[in-house]
Design a protein around this ligand. Sequence first.
Ligand SMILES: [Ca+2]
Ligand SMILES: [Ca+2]
Ligand SMILES: [Ca+2]
Ligand SMILES: [Ca+2]
Length: 647
Amino acid sequence: MIFNVSICYIDKNINLKYIIMKTKISILLSLFAFLVVLSTGCHRSNPDNKTTMNDLNIPDGFTFETTHEVPVTIKMPSTINFNDSYRSRFNIYTANPAEGGKLLLSGSFDNNNMFTGKIKVPVALSEIYVTTIVGDLTVQITTDTFKEDGVIINFGDDYGLNPPDTTEPGGKSIATEEAFTMHAPSTTRTGSNMVGNGDFETNDFGSIYFWSTPHPVDNRWYFTQYQGSMEWYDDGGDHVVRTPWTEPGNYYYGGVSQMIDANPGDVITLSADIKSVGSKNRLYSWIYLIPRTANGSILAYYNLTYYHPSSAWTTKTLVATMPSGTASCQVLVWTNDYTANAAVYVDNVVVTGPITDSDGDGVDDDLDDYPNDPSMAFNVYYPNENDWGTLAYEDLWPGEGDYDFNDLVLDYHFKSILNSSNQLVKYYMDYSTRAVGASLINGFGLMMGGDPTNIASVTGTQLTENYISLTSNGTENNQTNSVIFLFDNAFNTIGASGSQFINTKPDVAYVDPDTNQLVVTYSTPTSTDVTGTAPYNPFIVVDRDRGKEVHLAGEEPTDLADNALFGTWIDDSNPATGKWYQTANNLPWAIDLPVSFDYPVEQVEILNAYNHFREWAESGGSVYTDWYEDNTGYRVQENIYTPPASK
Ligand SMILES: [Ca+2]
Ligand SMILES: [Ca+2]
Ligand SMILES: [Ca+2]
Ligand SMILES: [Ca+2]
């Protein structure tokens, strides 16, 4: 073991930093060798004796991404008319928010009833939870569950436009055999119930011959009589309506109907709890919104199918926009029951609408994060509503670093504000320099897509060194894209420790990091398709040399990078193939993590701090996608910098 450990250091290439720090190296090496000898991590974690980054076989094209962009399409039912005055909202969470899921993204639907966009999520995240006005879904997002066009989520699968049926749907494809299990919408519903006796606690029912027989708007339910009648039933103290328990010929179809007032353009939501008792194989149910004109003519048959209802109460939700000419709307629960000693049970019918949208931006007040500001609608977050991410850099590019990824360790959290057309209006980036394991003076910036003149202002930056030239709106001069500099001297963003190496050496005083906030405000709201997604294209500028940029692997430099540096020293960037900021072995100079990263101590290569980094990297990111987490056996704790407060 000791021999292996020695190899780690004897083999290491001499680099610039070693020369600069020559006097401190021998002390550090002996201290470090001592620490590693105490540890069994290097030996245990590297059965192939791959103890340096240069030993790794990294597949071409792998850029050390711990996150990826997943294309997502959300399709809403065709019964809803999305337009400039109605856009509604979806939310995407890491999991069901009722079970601790964290908000990632929100947005609205376009005039084609769709959202099409990208979400940036940890590769390790295997599913997301999507909430909309029509229901909630858990959706798989692992790369083997979607194709090139991404994840397609269709909320309209069980929607229909046909009149109530009187023949058994037997031969038809069963719409309820869904790929996904739809849950009742968690979206807040405001407004009073537009139907009377929605919980069926009162035994007051009128009769109509067939579902189409006219009846008044009177807050009262009507049972159809054409082929038997539904029953009012005491279900263990809770009253419901159900199909006949025993009907002549075991052949029943019919329903319960109520008429409400409605107007053109009203967005009406109907939900009902439905279950089966007895054999469900020949039980079928539908919920209908049937808008009618003033003289009773039918304008549409908006419906949602629920075949073979579960024996557990399930909430089904139908949303529709009332068409031109609407004066009233029939709320109908329609059922087919072809089985003796079995029934479809219905309870808790709730009808709400129309929506209230005080600022007229198309997003209901109760879904609008800024209900009185038409220029803003949604708060979205990165990495999510609660957690911080980390950017970790090596700063000797185009020379070789020591792969401890602590020359600059910058934590960040984005809160962005979108308008109701999903355009970026403003963002806040909280940032905190946690470590500067460097002797060079480095700066940090972000390149975003889009014309810099779309930006009104940039605040919260710390520029003191006079090598960054800004335009009047605070973006960098002479850039095609929007380049925002947060700081030009990382040492100014963290206090002094008495050493050049701040928060990377256990024997040097700890500096409590500050948090700063960048605020970027747009004058022309810009689609996130143009700006890209947070954290955009972040980079450091090394040693106050503006041309010397270090980006994440695979990310393009800005217009002000010195192109003469590409392909020099050990950099193997090749603009022709899109290879950027990787060595011939495909090693990077920077990594981005969707968590607040516990980085290695000074001069410990990352693969000797994280036991599964090697497998993750050599697999091209397909195994141990969560290598950076604090799971059992994942870390060599003594090789990871631990602030004294948390020791
Ligand atoms: Ca009830
Ligand atoms: Ca609104
Ligand atoms: Ca608003
Ligand atoms: Ca380093």
